[in-house]
Design a protein around this ligand. Sequence first.
Ligand SMILES: [Zn+2]
Length: 167
Amino acid sequence: MRDPAFVVDAMLGKLVKWLRILGCDVLSVSELGDSDEDLLRAARAGRTLITSDQSLFQRAWREGIRARYIAGADVIDALALLSKTEPIPLRIDTSKTRCPECNTELIELPVEKAHGVPKEVLRKHLWIYLCKSCKKTYWLGSHYLKMLRVLIQAKKRRSTGVNNLNS
Ligand SMILES: [Zn+2]
């Protein structure tokens, strides 16, 4: 199955990184231009538009483009809301994770083959994750535990209900 595909506006940069970590194929202003037209063009090509701009959201709907409106910048709320209607898994599957910076799929690399990774990481990890495109490396460090906590909170909010999503 194809990864869930989105195009996300400039106000929701943190959400872009999160969706990529969760395995979604996400275009944002860094890959596109910053104009509404650029975002809409990507959405017309088969992506769901996620925006915090009311007028852009309404324009998308008038044109029959699939769109979701996110009112605030709170990532936990956004993930809770979006996962109700979109195929966004609230768990990290490293075989699906994409580079948060550039949206490219990551490859798993034995740590001894990694270049430029701190010694501490070499000692503690068997695998790291490399972006084939921008060459950034990632590993499941202390940040990973913080991310798991965010996802647990998002799951709780999804089941208790939040209501600033218009669809
Ligand atoms: Zn990358």
